[in-house]
Design a protein around this ligand. Structure first.
Ligand SMILES: CC(C)(COP(=O)(O)OP(=O)(O)OC[C@H]1O[C@@H](n2cnc3c(N)ncnc32)[C@H](O)[C@@H]1OP(=O)(O)O)[C@@H](O)C(=O)NCCC(=O)NCCS
Length: 177
């Protein structure tokens, strides 16, 4: 990775300042989904983001591009996506539940704390565990993700057989204070 970690930012998306980049970023996420998840798990991201109960946070950096056009130098900015997290806010008569639907970091940017930062950002925003519980499902084979979830405070509650498809089980994990 040749990009400095300190230039990576996390923001809610879509948002006003990045409006013109909305399509590009959502397309980048779709590419991440295709590359990192089996077909039946790849999210229809535009549909998910449009749901009132869902929120997307993206980790990105800005790259200045210099183009030469008719001997004129033109500067523009490109937004490079390096990770994202999507969660749903499920209301309940008691405590609402923040359900982590998807977390992914670009393979070149893994192991530098971004996954953890994205996850902690959601817990902080939703004020877990004070004002919301949190849970998630994760493929029992995804050891790296399971380690991350445990590190941040999630515990395994139960195994759900054939959750993703026949022969692919999930752990249900809940945030425990
Ligand atoms: C899971 C994923 C999001 C982790 O992101 P990341 O930015 O690389 O993780 P971090 O650098 O924040 O690491 C946080 C913790 O995760 C665990 N972890 C990270 N990389 C690991 C590895 N290679 N082996 C074992 N545990 C690992 C560790 O507990 C680590 O804490 P530590 O650094 O104190 O040991 C990333 O690997 C990914 O996108 N994987 C593919 C998609 C996926 O599985 N998503 C989750 C299911 S939806």
């Amino acid at each position: 990775m040749s990009v400095r970690k300190d230039i990576i930012r996390i923001t809610i998306f879509p948002n006003k300042p990045f409006q013109k980049y909305t399509e590009t970023i959502l397309n980048q996420i779709e590419t991440f989904e295709r590359k990192n998840f089996p077909k039946n798990e790849a999210m229809a991201i535009k549909k998910e983001v449009s749901k009132r109960t869902n929120t997307l946070l993206v980790a990105y950096y800005e790259q200045d591009i210099l183009k030469e056009q008719n001997t004129q130098k033109l500067k523009s900015t490109k937004i490079i996506l390096v990770g994202y997290i999507i969660y749903s806010n499920i209301s309940s008569t008691q405590m609402p539940v923040t359900r982590i639907l998807k977390l992914c970091v670009h393979h070149s940017f893994r192991g530098i704390g971004l996954g953890e930062k994205l996850l902690r950002s959601v817990l902080e925003r939703m004020d877990v565990p004070k004002r919301s519980n949190a849970d998630l499902h994760v493929d029992v084979e995804r050891t790296v993700a399971i380690n991350l979830y445990k590190k941040v405070g999630f515990n395994i509650i139960k195994r759900i057989v054939d959750y993703y498809e026949v022969g692919r089980d999930a752990w249900l994990m809940e945030f425990i204070n």
